[in-house]
Design a protein around this ligand. Structure first.
Ligand SMILES: Cc1cc2nc3c(=O)[nH]c(=O)nc-3n(C[C@H](O)[C@H](O)[C@H](O)COP(=O)(O)OP(=O)(O)OC[C@H]3O[C@@H](n4cnc5c(N)ncnc54)[C@H](O)[C@@H]3O)c2cc1C
Length: 559
């Protein structure tokens, strides 16, 4: 068993270190000894990577550095849920249809952002300086604020009540201090009992049963659902397991978020072409693009073990090739609906987890506008013409993106989840824009938003896309065991031989779904698993996730 590495957290900012598996992915990535090595005779071994999103690109990139040959398959759009769709006629002005705000605690993700040199800036979240001003419109009443202090006492009471609930229900300050200090033992001592206590209870239960909210009553609970914390309303997450929400708060995923200038899709695209400084086996100048002959394969349609014990992957056009291992990064339901996956490749308990995984719905509607007209001040009130807007109306969250002088700006008219996303699911983009403009018209009477629109609007409903079937995982009460089965599947030493070689990675496998950091971390777990399967190992000075998993892995609940 590997020794626990000592982390000198010093005054480093808090990162997503655990809480389920407190492993320092950023330290592992940054260590001068590298991630590991595979025996020279396995160099060039072919590994299939299903999906060219964040997880697929990260896994592919690191497998290449180990001297392996990752072959990427993609059925839809390169980049997956890091999708920056350019507006027609304005190529560098984009709508961020998937991930759009990236907390700085996402240390493993930012390792790659920095590697490929994508610039980031503060995201215009509610009540942040980047937003300038915020409007909260609830039950027909509109509040304008440039700072938190401008809001009426009700909102301060709600924020304070949630802080108190976190402290009461989760020893929040102590847990955060342990995460900040990278004290794995302290994290587990505090977190593991919470797993037992809260896996089967919802976010709503946590808030509603807290002393603070019970004292205040339903109205405060309702306002919390609409306005939430950090990034906006959270009532669509009320039915989720509270563990899911605690991880967001503990890892500060709701704080200090940045957007990627020019679009986050540049990160996977640049990683595809990136030539690493150091790499085993491959000649200088090798990139993922070169190893893949310049293009991803098409959709994977069938995965089956062949008589030689390798895994045969057949693509959409019938090409069938053998691989030493397969990394799956697409949504787990697609293993049932889109890929004919030999049932014998996974244990039935894992199939239960893959099929029970619950994905949330999400829709976004964007327009491009001639200029950031919202910054104009009303001479009578001194207020901005329009603000970042949170509302109980159909738009829910409206975000404003200033692309700089002399360039068109962008409005995310509506970013909605679950019921609010379903309301627009069958509707055309134009109809969604009309509905959003009508709602915003009631909040900003007299403001002609439509008159500023240029180009063609863009919208997305991830659940309507056959390559996804949903936006991201949102674990329900009782799903911890499923999550743990999927997450820990990269530890394959004790699996029967017929179930080895398939590795699960990506958003839906992570304990922190809806945040790209989880996709990256699980991709790195899969890289370690593949390395191990091929007889390789991490250096003793830089143990990998699998080396520390037996000691630090997520707590087991009784089955
Ligand atoms: C609406 C929305 C908002 C989000 N907001 C944020 C945010 O603000 N901040 C943040 O950090 N994260 C956010 N996320 C989460 C983040 O986008 C994801 O965690 C991350 O992009 C997932 O990467 P992945 O590689 O796991 O999966 P994906 O990006 O989904 O990649 C999997 C790929 O597999 C492909 N595929 C499917 N079937 C097959 C097949 N048969 N053969 C080959 N390929 C196949 C898919 O087309 C897809 O490209 C958001 C996600 C969504 C949807």
């Amino acid at each position: 068993m590997a020794e626990l590495p000592q982390h000198d957290a010093g005054d480093r900012p808090l990162t997503a270190f655990g809480p389920d598996f407190p492993f320092a992915y950023d330290d592992w990535l940054g260590h001068p000894a590298g991630l590991g090595r595979v025996p020279a005779e396995r160099h060039g071994a072919r590994i299939a990577v299903i999906g060219a999103g964040a997880a697929g690109l990260v896994a592919g990139y690191e497998l290449m550095r180990l001297g392996l040959r990752p072959i990427l398959f993609e059925s839809g759009r390169f980049g997956g849920r890091l999708r920056s769709q350019p507006f027609e006629g304005a190529e560098s002005i984009v709508a961020e249809l998937g991930g759009m705000r990236f907390p700085t605690s996402s240390a493993a993700f930012y390792h790659y952002v920095d590697k490929v040199g994508v610039e980031s800036r503060p995201f215009p979240n509610p009540l942040t300086p980047a937003a300038g001003s915020t409007v909260i419109d609830l039950e027909g009443h509109t509040h304008y604020a440039e700072t938190l202090a401008d809001l009426p006492p009700l909102f301060h009471e709600v924020a304070a009540a949630y802080d108190a609930a976190l402290e009461e229900g989760a020893q929040f300050r102590a847990l955060k201090a342990a995460i900040r200090a990278r004290d794995a033992a302290a994290i587990k001592a505090l977190w593991d009992p919470l797993v037992r206590d809260w896996d089967e209870r919802t976010f709503y239960d946590f808030v509603a049963s807290s002393t603070a909210f019970r004292k205040l009553g339903f109205r405060h609970l309702e306002v919390f659902g609409q306005v939430g914390f950090g990034t906006g309303g959270w009532d669509s997450d009320f039915p989720n397991s509270m563990l899911e929400i605690l991880r967001v708060n503990l890892c500060e995923f709701d704080e200090d978020q940045r957007y990627m200038v020019g679009g986050v899709e540049q990160v996977p695209r640049r990683l595809w072409d990136h030539v690493p400084d150091r790499m085993a086996h491959w000649p200088a100048g090798t990139s993922l693009a070169r190893l893949n002959d310049g293009a991803t394969r098409a959709a994977a349609r069938r995965i089956v073990r062949n008589t030689a014990g390798q895994l045969d992957v057949t693509d959409q056009w019938g090409r069938c090739e053998a691989y030493e291992a397969v990394i799956i990064t697409c949504q787990s339901h697609l293993l049932t609906t889109a890929i004919d996956t030999d049932e014998a490749l996974f244990d039935q308990k894992l199939w239960m987890a893959l099929d029970r995984t619950r994905y949330m719905q999400s829709s976004k509607t964007f327009v491009m506008v001639d200029r950031p007209f919202w910054k104009d001040r009303d001479p009578a009130t001194g207020r901005h013409a329009m603000s970042m807007t949170l509302t109980d109306r159909i738009t829910r969250g409206t975000y404003l993106f200033d692309n700089g002088p002399d360039r068109p700006a962008v409005i995310c008219l509506s970013y909605a989840w679950m019921t609010d996303a379903l309301k627009v699911l069958p509707l055309s983009t134009e109809r969604r824009v009309d509905l959003a403009l009508a709602a915003l018209g009631r909040i900003y009477p007299g403001l002609d938003i439509a008159g500023h629109i240029v180009g063609t609007p863009i919208s997305v409903s991830w659940e309507a896309d056959a390559h996804f079937l949903g936006a991201f995982k949102g674990a329900l009460p009782g799903h911890y065991r499923y999550n743990r089965r999927m997450y820990g599947h990269f530890m394959q030493d004790t699996l029967p031989p017929g179930q080895r070689g398939m590795f699960l990675a990506g958003d839906g496998v992570s304990f922190t779904p809806a945040w790209v950091e989880g996709a990256v971390q699980t991709a790195l777990n899969a890289v370690w698993g593949v390395m191990r399967q091929l007889g390789g190992e991490s250096p003793g000075t830089n143990p990998g996730p699998g080396d520390l998993y037996p000691t630090l892995g997520p707590v087991a609940l009784p089955e």
